[in-house]
Ligand binder design. Structure first.
Ligand SMILES: Cc1ncc(COP(=O)(O)O)c(C=O)c1O
Length: 384
């Protein structure tokens, strides 16, 4: 996908807003007024209907009922609600994987400080798969929640939901999955019975920024309290006026990706082509994370051994948008905790780049992106 002579290969940071999504949102931004919580007049009823319809579309891709969806400002807030909103009772241990997004790690740190919870982490192998033996050893009746990133934002690993559920269910441990990257990668209904809560973010699947949701299975909703208080909207779980155009956008984006299988296979074909072309850059190009067929269909994490990722990313500007990992952590100079915890060598970590394509990425875009990288590598000095 080319915008102003620049190729965009950072879809896992954010996907562009789909025009069809924008058209639907625009209708509610320009032509409609009304607060979905105003139940005394037709404008309010119209807004409420739009929210109800959107929620039905989201519930459809999740494989749940609409009253199990709670809107939030994005996956960061949804993850916060899943962990901070839970009633821990006497179970004071919270476990998460070693390769979580910062919003889970920092929420865990907060809960340790404020609530005295013991936060423990479970290691992963060199492809980012959760160590299930370690999880089984740690799991017992003192653990409240196991939180894990179901589809990885940096390395594309898709976890084994069934095996994780088998372990956690034996001890009635609640399972929270950060699924922000999942809608373009797997069918959510196929894993919904293996989790208790899951978070989504619309801008990761061509919807608008600033809207996401938390799924909470109906029979455990009584164990959750709001973390944002106010007018008691959304059954009291998340106060604040529901942002109708954003919700409508998330609903439309969900409707569009309802044919997940087709989206996945198209992305995977393009990703395979991209990887084949990257390999022509030389033997110093290595793939981090799972095999190409087992990972998020639009994710590549590639090390250019002997080079520094920051130099490569800088030298391809403004022609090519690629990243060194999670957009949310790129302000930090430290190396990726994800690649470190996967046990990769320093050389591999310091030269790693995430390249994520999208629905509109064409074969020509792929050829051009690889050419830009080829020229960059020819110009750059090798790292000391
Ligand atoms: C796996 C994962 N979780 C959570 C988030 C945060 O999502 P949001 O931007 O909706 O707050 C992201 C965004 O990068 C992500 O990739």
């Amino acid at each position: 996908m080319q915008i102003n002579n620049s190729y965009y290969f950072d879809h896992q940071a954010s996907c562009p807003l789909d025009c069809r999504v924008f058209d639907e949102m625009r209708r509610f931004m320009v032509n409609s007024v009304g607060n979905a919580h105003s139940n005394e007049h037709a404008f309010g009823w119209g807004a409420e209907k739009a929210v109800t319809d959107a929620k039905a579309n989201i519930a459809e891709i999740v494989g749940c009922d609409p009253d199990e969806i709670f809107f939030t400002s994005g996956a960061t807030e949804a993850n916060n609600l899943a962990l901070k909103g839970y009633d821990y009772g006497t179970r004071k241990r919270l476990i998460h994987s070693d390769i979580e997004h910062k919003c889970i790690i920092e929420t865990g740190r907060y809960l340790h400080k404020k609530e005295g919870l013991a936060i423990e982490t479970i290691g992963v192998d060199d492809s980012g798969n959760i160590n299930l033996d370690e999880l089984a050893e740690s799991a017992d009746e003192s653990v409240s929640i196991f939180s894990f990133i179901g589809v990885h934002n940096e390395v594309g690993t898709i976890q084994n939901f069934q095996k994780i559920a088998d372990i956690c269910r034996q001890h009635d441990i609640k399972i929270h999955a950060d699924m922000a990257q999942a809608p373009l990668a797997i069918s959510l209904p196929s894993i919904i019975s293996q989790v208790d809560t899951l978070s989504l973010s619309a801008h990761k699947y061509y919807g608008p920024m600033g809207i996401g949701c938390l799924y909470i299975r109906r029979d455990i909703q009584h164990l959750y309290s709001p973390i944002i208080h106010g007018g008691g909207q959304q059954d009291g779980m998340r106060s604040g006026t529901t942002p109708v155009p954003l919700v409508v956008g998330m609903g439309e984006a969900s409707k569009i990706i309802a044919e997940t299988e087709m989206v996945i296979s198209t992305l995977r074909d393009k990703n395979q082509l991209l990887w084949e072309e990257l390999k022509t850059l030389g033997s110093s190009v290595v793939l981090n994370g799972p095999d190409i067929l087992d990972r998020h269909p639009a994710n590549l994490n590639v090390s250019f051994l002997g080079f520094d990722s920051a130099d490569i990313i800088a030298v391809v500007q403004p022609k090519l948008a690629i990243s060194s990992g999670s957009a949310c952590t790129t302000g930090y100079p430290e190396p990726s905790h994800v690649l470190q915890n996967m046990g990769l060598s320093n050389d591999r970590i310091s030269s790693a780049i995430r390249i994520s394509l999208g629905r509109q990425t064409s074969e020509d875009d792929i050829h051009s992106a690889v050419q830009i990288l080829r020229h960059a590598l020819e110009r750059l000095p090798k790292a000391a």
